[in-house]
Design a protein around this ligand. Sequence first.
Ligand code: G6P
Length: 617
Amino acid sequence: MCGIVGYIGYREAYPIIIKGLQRLEYRGYDSAGIALYDGKNINLSKTKGKVVDLQKRAEQEISLKGYIGIGHTRWATHGVPNDVNSHPHYSNSEDLVVIHNGIIENYAPLKKELQSKGYVFTSDTDTEVLINLIEYVQKNENLKLGKAVQLALTQVVGAYAIAVFDKKKPNEVIAARMGSPLAIGVGEDKKEFFIASDASPFIEYTKNAIYLEDGEIAVIRVGKDIKLRKIADDTLLDPFIQALELNLEQIEKGGYEHFMLKEIHEQPNAIIDTYRGRMLVNEGIIRMAGIDNHLERFLNADRIIIVACGTSWHAALVAEYVIESLARIPVEVEYASEFRYRNPIITSKDVVIAISQSGETADTRAAIQLAKQKGAFVFGVCNVVGSTISRESDAGAYTHAGPEIGVASTKAFTTQITVLILIALKLAKAKGSISNDEYFTHLQELERIPAKVAEALTSDENIKTIAAIYKDSPNFLYLGRGFNFPVALEGALKLKEISYIHAEGYPAAEMKHGPIALIDEKMPIVVIATKKGHYEKVVSNIEEIKARSGKIIAIVTKGDVDVKALADHVIEVPDTLELLSPLLTTIPLQLLSYHIAVMRNCNVDQPRNLAKSVTVE
Ligand code: G6P
């Protein structure tokens, strides 16, 4: 939710900030703004719309000179997306300027108090309240900027990652974090510093980064060490500089029209990266330090609870089927947002797995905090290295999918499933709940999956043809059973997210209890009907749809003839073990939603109203 970028150093700040905002646009993109300090004045430009709109406007209306600047790309919380509500926000004196990602929950009483002291507000945002609170504290207590920001933040309830600049003290920028991510890039010899929601805006300038922890504030000055403190008690901290592994190529489109398409096609390699070094097929070993070091916790667990949101929640559902079937440990899957507020029964004998691509989702974070308070063991499955959930978990495993920039999650999903299959196999082996043969068969087949994903991707042209036929349908139904029921949910979600077509995912047999009423000759129904598992049952479901003239798009195992005879369209995927089939059946559903969205002229990588990383409740 919202991306922030700041620069202080010896280079022109404008191009760095604009490029940085473009890279962070996946976080929010309803408006954007920039403030640059030219050595004398702050020049500020902001607008409703995307970063390209900001660029056009800024280039016309302000001087682009300056070695210090801050920029913002917004996902609206308080106040509609318009020019005035866009960031950066000035204080009343226009000496101070701020960018903010998060929500100040107690902004209303603070605003009232400031109004009673004569402060005037032009926007509807909580952020304008924050910058004026800082100004008020600075003036009233006669404090340096860093101290004023710190003191003001002690009065604030909510989440923030902020950068503040004061034109009266133009040699420094203050950054602080509570609940929203914030990284500081440290340039060579401390000649320049970068502030950003993630490291992508500064990756070509430095590989050294400090990730602020919740409740920390940093005073950043060129040529000086960063002064890092705890906001609450002023403790001076030693900043930990981390070496980044990210490279520029990973965050660029690499010849693809959209990030989403690139990420769909990256899946064969992403899955290999997920199991590389972990799965030693010939030796029959799965190495995962996060599990190895805590094996007893898992084996003695009364149950595993998996918490997640969105696509990660669908991966959790697949994991429920996989873990229960292989390791015979009871699994419950929870929406993190529900779990955190429903006073769940959790004991110290529970293992809680949190799945999160970004590792920053607010509800998932809150769910693991609750689980930890109740004594459960928390295991994080995250993609973003160094992310908050990965740090706050007791142990974990990264998916190693590489940066996922398209807002609709693709490779994160398949790599999450891969990690969870590895965990299930490892636990099953340790428990002796599957035979040695079964164990080896799964390892060998998992190793073949990347090549099979690559084969599934070759159905692209066929899928495009089907997309062209159904792109204007107002509704879609997705059906699957067993391991492929969550895939049906994920297929429907992908379509909704990027093409704005209403779609529902359902367990195929459950169709009879409601959705069947929707079926007529106009209704496209995507049915996952791969061999094995409940094939015959799904074929019966297809017959039921056919009897009501629904249009059937079936995902079938290569060479299938029975479903082919019934369906209007078939998309083939290679044969595999039933338990691994979600890794293949997902692929055509991603491509179908992608092509439909492109044909409907939708913004595939930045769908309306969505954000990649939801750091607010
Ligand atoms: C947002 C994204 C989804 C994602 C969900 C959970 O809604 O748009 O793609 O699945 O958040 O995110 P996480 O980073 O926790 O997996």
